[in-house]
Design a protein around this ligand. Structure first.
Ligand SMILES: Cc1cc2nc3c(=O)[nH]c(=O)nc-3n(C[C@H](O)[C@H](O)[C@H](O)COP(=O)(O)O)c2cc1C
Length: 185
């Protein structure tokens, strides 16, 4: 039985759609125990242990290039927990057979993927410091869910083109294919 952690933070519901697809696909493959956890402002890093899992998915939306502040704070608190426990060693030696995927959903209205790439990189460093190998970083378009006219225009006028309704069924199918692929690694 492979133990999978499916950790995500979603301010407006887009990343949640991806996380639920990851859960559904992983469960459908059989022999997978999937634990899905949403990070909120009340999340406590002591509630679970990253090192208990064989494979970790971790994702969030993009807010000024990085994960939302709630997720940044949570990653720092989680890192501090592991530093205090002595799990973060010099040169971060790899832990055998522990792998991860980091991902983001993003709008990219100004500079496209360039303003999103830091988010999966940021999320990956927590795991990389612990010795968990990040084998992929996924970027998935996510529409701006805002009534603010300034943000709504970004859904059609930005560098990614028309992202209305994203992530859509086709994005979810793509994620399902990717999950099926990476869990074989
Ligand atoms: C207030 C706000 C600020 C945003 N800022 C950015 C940004 O700086 N860069 C970007 O690529 N997308 C930005 N987005 C788009 C979100 O990253 C995108 O909608 C994402 O899918 C949201 O994911 P979530 O609902 O899971 O939090 C922003 C969206 C909102 C509502």
């Amino acid at each position: 039985m492979m133990k999978i952690l499916n950790l995500y933070c979603s301010m407006t519901g887009n990343t949640k759609k991806i996380a639920l697809q990851i859960e559904k696909t992983a469960k459908s493959l059989g022999m997978m125990e999937v634990t899905t956890i949403e990070v909120t402002k009340d999340s406590d890093p002591n509630e679970f242990d990253l090192l208990d899992f064989d494979f970790i998915f971790i994702g969030s939306g993009v807010y000024t290039w990085l994960p939302p502040q709630i997720m940044i704070d949570f990653c720092r608190a989680m890192l501090n927990k592991h530093v205090d426990r002595g799990d973060v060693k010099s040169y971060s030696p790899r832990i055998d057979k522990k792998r991860a995927v980091t991902y983001c959903t993003f709008g990219g209205p100004h500079t496209g993927v360039n303003e999103a790439i830091f988010t999966p990189k940021f999320l990956g460093q927590l795991l990389d410091h612990l010795g968990i190998e990040v084998i992929a970083e996924w970027l998935i378009e996510g529409q701006f869910n805002s009534k603010n006219e300034r943000y709504m225009r970004f859904n059609t006028e930005g560098r990614m083109g028309d992202i209305t309704g994203r992530p859509n069924e086709s994005d979810l199918q793509r994620v399902a294919n990717w999950v099926t692929g990476v869990l074989k690694v």
